[in-house]
Every structure is written in C-alpha cells, then in structure tokens.
Design a protein around this ligand. Structure first.
Ligand code: SF4
Length: 257
C-alpha cells in the first residue's frame, strides 16, 4: 500500500466448533456479508447438511443472509448493526424514527408523532452486489406544512417520507428474540472464544499470518494443510486433557463464523 504494509489478497472465513476448524472459505471480496451464503453452501457440500445453528457477528446480519438461513432451516444467532446499542441499559429509541412510529398492519400505514396517517406511496428496490433484490416500502405524511415539529427533527423540503424494509425488520425481531434468550446469551459469549480465539492462536501463537503461495487454488491448499495440522494439534491437546480429567468432548451442532 506504499507505506510498508501489504494489502490483504484474500478474505479468509472459518467456521469452528469447540475451536476445531470445521470449514473454511477464501473469498476475493473485502465484504463479510457477501461471503456468508457461499460459505454455508461450502459447509453443505462438505458435510451434506447445514449446521443446526449458525452464530455470527453483526457484520453478517443482512436481509439476504437471514433469509438464506431461515430457508435452509438454520437457527440464526446473527447480530445486526444496532443490536449492541439496543442492549444498553439506558437505551431509549429515537421517538421520531420510523421504527418507533405506530404501524397499522391491516391498513398498511404509519401514524406520525402528530397523529397524521402516513400512507404507502410505493416501493424502493435495491440490488446487492450478489444480485439479491431488497424491497423497502415508502410512506408519506399528508401535510407537514405548519406542523410545530417541522424543523425540529425533520428539515427536508416537502412532506416527510419514511422507508421501511418490513422483511428485514421481521428477521431482526426474530434474531433479537434468539440472541437475548438464555441459549443466545451463551452463544454470544462463546463466539469470542471460538473463531476469534482460533484466529488468535493461528496468527500470534503459531505465526501463520501470511499465505506462502499465490493464486486461489494454491492458497486453498496452503490453508487446508494448516487447518488439518491445527485440528490434529487441538485434538491431541483435548485428548490429553480429557484423559487427565476423565471428561469427554461432544458435538453440539453449532457453527461459529
Ligand atoms: S413533520 Fe410531518 S410527519 Fe413529522 S410530526 Fe409533523 S406532520 Fe407528522
């Protein structure tokens, strides 16, 4: 990058359980959300089934990823970008935001803070880089002119328009319900000692910070050998530990990304 640092050439994704590398994927995109579906498909190709549960950080919480997991029957413990803010003890949602407005499902309209109905005026379509089309509904207030709140929180010209992605809001609601359950709290706690800990051991304990080859095929081979060695080393230390404590390790069916 002309400053002595090298630019990452590959985005490595790993999925772990009990700190064993169950699968890995190498992508040539810097964007994590776009890697999730091909990564789960790679897991399916390897094991002929999807994991029962997928746990991932907020970077993966997109509409297409939630939808894919729901359709594949994977329990999604995947955060979204506002999740941590919402969990703060003194969090108060912005009372003027679209999420805070009353929504009438039967009539498909919102009610603004001054009690006006905001009627549906259309749909916005956006296409992600993977080609997924996301639809957001648009609602418009009838008349904002002369409203005492006009200018205090809403300064644009004309009447206020809001855009709401209903499917995404519903996926987030389900994710929030899961993530705040007893099981969800446990998964959230474990995630930082699953793939993150494995990356830490790889990079800092074992010094594996750079691939030794160029080209996707060769880099895949490079990391596959490393992953086999890593898992063997982990297995030996688990067996030794289990023999010492008389305990054993079990397969929980959880895939931490
Ligand atoms: S500015 Fe418009 S949308 Fe906002 S409270 Fe007033 S009338 Fe309602």
């Amino acid at each position: 990058m002309n400053n002595g640092q090298t630019k990452p050439g590959y985005n490595l994704q790993i999925g772990t359980e009990n700190q064993f590398i169950l699968d890995f994927g190498l992508f040539q995109t810097p964007s994590d959300p776009l890697t999730m579906i091909p990564f789960f498909n790679s897991f399916f190709d390897r094991y002929s089934k999807h994991p029962q549960t997928g746990v991932a950080d907020a970077g993966y919480g997109s509409e297409e990823n939630y939808r894919f997991m729901e359709e594949a029957g994977i329990d999604a413990y995947v955060k979204y970008n506002r999740f941590h803010r919402e969990q703060r003890m003194h969090y108060v949602p912005d009372s003027f935001s679209a999420q805070a407005l009353y929504y009438n499902t039967d009539g498909d309209y919102y009610v603004c803070p001054m009690g006006q109905h905001m009627e549906r005026i259309g749909t916005t379509r956006t296409k992600t880089k993977s080609g997924y089309i996301s639809k957001s509904s648009r609602y418009k207030a009838r008349r904002c002119e002369g409203c005492p709140l006009r200018g205090s929180y809403f300064k644009a010209k004309g009447d206020r328009i809001i855009e709401v992605n209903h499917p995404l809001a519903e996926y987030r609601r389900k994710a929030r319900e899961r993530l705040t359950s007893e099981e969800g709290i446990e998964h959230r706690g474990r995630r930082c000692i699953e793939p993150e800990a494995v990356f830490g051991q790889m990079k800092y304990d074992m010094g594996y910070k750079r691939f030794r080859h160029f080209g996707l095929d060769k880099v895949k081979m490079d990391f596959a050998f490393f992953a086999i060695a890593f898992n063997l080393k982990k297995m030996c230390s688990k067996i030794a530990k289990a023999a010492k404590n008389g305990g054993n390790t079990t397969d929980s069916g959880v895939f931490y990304v």
